[in-house]
Design a protein around this ligand. Structure first.
Ligand code: DGL
Length: 273
């Protein structure tokens, strides 16, 4: 059965990070329903191998297809870096990642052509942001750095904490020293500690959160495919949340950062898919 305009959008991440993307979809495409999956049993993805990330992504996409989604957003840079190309043509619905949209904003906004990228070890080692940025503008100098402690700090909920501020200073001093004017938050968890990053980097540095651009790209993709929902949600639970572990912890966290009361999160056995 072909998906229709009324079908939900599938969004997934290793954990809570993808909520920063779901939040922008909720704001910018308010008529759309969302099925969110957070792989809380297997978070973090950042230090895992390409093979595993591809296997996890396939399982999650199979689950989302069972929910009859009309499009999928890989709201995770690590999974976008490793799995997007591998899975894109395997499924019957359009699949979007978050890396290209972020690179586009950064290339358009940098003035001194010195762009920083922070992300997980997997994303940074893949070099994928740098290759998109260089394609957009070969004169851009890209300085990338993995910040592996950020994801556990976010998952722990230490969003405004002196420990997070200290770790931020250790990781990001290099970007100040190298005079970047634009910094891509290349992990969907990082916008949740944006205020700490902003405080350290100062107002002059442009912080790029690819979530907004991704939501806009999703809208034009749905428009082109005549899948944009213009009607309205008319449903009791327009946003449904699934995780692979610790459903209540996830629900409480999601409720604290979304402009919406998260009433229910369900745990599913993702290894079945
Ligand atoms: N939020 C994810 C990303 O954008 C994954 C973080 C992790 O699980 O290590 O890369």
């Amino acid at each position: 059965m072909k998906p229709d305009r009324d079908a939900p959008i599938g969004v997934f991440d290793s954990g809570v990070g993808g909520l920063t993307v779901a939040r922008e979809i909720m704001r910018n495409l308010p008529s759309e329903k969302i099925v969110y999956f957070g792989d809380t049993a297997r978070v973090p993805y950042g230090g895992k191998s390409r093979e595993n990330i591809i296997r996890y992504s396939r399982q999650i996409i199979h689950f989302l297809m069972e929910q009859q989604v009309k499009a999928i957003v890989i709201a995770c840079n690590t999974a976008s870096a490793f799995a997007l190309e591998a899975v894109r043509d395997e499924f019957d619905v359009p699949i979007l990642g978050v890396i290209e949209p972020g690179a586009r904003v950064a290339a358009a906004e940098t003035k001194n052509r010195r762009v920083g990228v922070i992300g997980t070890v997997g994303t940074v080692d893949s070099g994928i942001h740098a290759s998109y940025l260089k394609k957009l503008d070969p004169d851009i100098t890209v300085i990338s750095k993995a910040c592996p402690l950020f994801v556990p700090l976010v998952e722990e909920g230490w969003l405004h904490d002196p420990v997070t501020a200290e770790v931020t200073a250790r990781y990001l001093q290099e970007f100040k020293d190298k005079d970047v004017d634009t910094l891509i938050l290349g992990c969907t968890h990082y916008p949740l500690i944006r205020s700490v990053i902003r405080e350290f980097m100062g107002e002059e540095v442009r912080l790029v959160n690819p979530a907004y651009e991704t939501a806009l790209e999703l809208r034009s993709l749905l428009e082109n495919k005549k899948l944009l929902n213009t009607g309205g949600k008319n449903e009791e639970f327009p946003y449904r949340f699934y995780v692979s572990d610790l459903a209540e912890k996830f629900r409480a966290f999601a409720g604290s950062i979304l402009p919406y009361d998260v009433e229910m999160t369900k745990k599913i056995d993702i290894e079945k898919y």
